[in-house]
Design a protein around this ligand. Structure first.
Ligand code: FAD
Ligand code: ZN
Length: 226
């Protein structure tokens, strides 16, 4: 109770399976006494593109635009665009970040990748020599909860799904100092029976009930590639 959770959600349709997983998380965590904030990226029409518009006012170097340098400088002088400042505030306040999305091309949907690209600015999420265990978002937890088109069996025979999680969990969250909980994967909700779908939804509710007792994974190459 009292924990703050930010759910960053990337699905267009509230009636989708992802929409149902979101609803469950909001209800269950709220019931536990957590304060839950949702960034519903499509509903917000969140801008995924990393452009000059993310910096208000003058540029540090107007001769040749460098997005990383410009957003770092803008962060320091409080000149990032309003949407980014709002998302950063939500991240700053959260104890746990949950990312809820359908897998797109072995990765997160572009709108969510854009959220990562634009919100996790240098100076805010990491800095020179402040990365991985020293990242600036230390003390927070993250959880990637996603659905697939492919079945569990297909993934088991065509390459471990953990390979896909290396860029997301290690390359982004761990890089920023955020600890990573076991991912939550619902395989092929479109192709299973209604009964199996209900089971998957119940399993998510059950997992959330004991979530705060979980230990983060050992986010090192061995977890992904051994
Ligand atoms: P939905 O179609 O919304 O849901 C499935 C079913 O569950 C629906 O019939 C819905 O009505 C029902 N449902 C919803 N809520 C409930 C409820 N409460 N109780 C019972 N039933 C319910 N897949 C891969 O595996 N790998 C990829 O690389 C990949 N790349 C993709 C790239 C793109 C561009 C796209 C569009 C898809 C890709 N996919 C891939 C497939 C994608 O991951 C799946 O289509 C997606 O994960 C399914 O989730 P959903 O929430 O959209 O399902
Ligand atoms: Zn790691």
């Amino acid at each position: 109770p009292g924990k703050k959770v930010l759910i960053v959600y990337a699905h267009q349709e509230p009636k989708s399976f992802n929409g149902s997983l979101l609803k469950i998380a909001v209800e269950e965590l709220t019931k536990q006494g957590c304060s839950v904030t949702v960034s519903d990226l499509y509903a917000m029409q969140f801008e995924p593109r990393a452009t000059r518009n993310d910096i208000v006012g003058h540029l540090h170097n107007s001769e040749a635009f460098n997005y990383g340098v410009e957003t770092w400088e803008a962060y320091k002088r409080g000149a990032l665009s309003k949407d980014l400042i709002e998302e950063q505030k939500k991240v700053q306040e959260a104890d746990l970040l949950i990312f809820q999305f359908p897998l797109f091309w072995f990765n997160m949907p572009a709108i969510l990748k854009g959220w990562m690209d634009r919100v996790l600015v240098q100076g805010f999420a990491y800095d020179l020599s402040k990365a991985y265990d020293g990242g600036l978002l230390q003390g927070k937890l993250s959880l990637f909860s996603f659905t697939t088109g492919g079945s569990k069996e297909k993934y088991a025979t065509r390459g471990d799904i953990r390979y896909l999680l290396w860029p997301m969990q290690h390359g982004i969250m761990h890089f920023c100092g955020v600890k990573v909980l076991e991912p939550h994967i619902c395989y092929a909700p479109e192709n299973v029976s209604g009964e199996k779908r209900k089971e998957m939804l119940t399993a998510w509710t059950q997992r959330l009930k004991t979530l705060w007792k979980e230990e983060p994974i050992d986010c090192s190459p061995e977890w992904y590639f051994k």
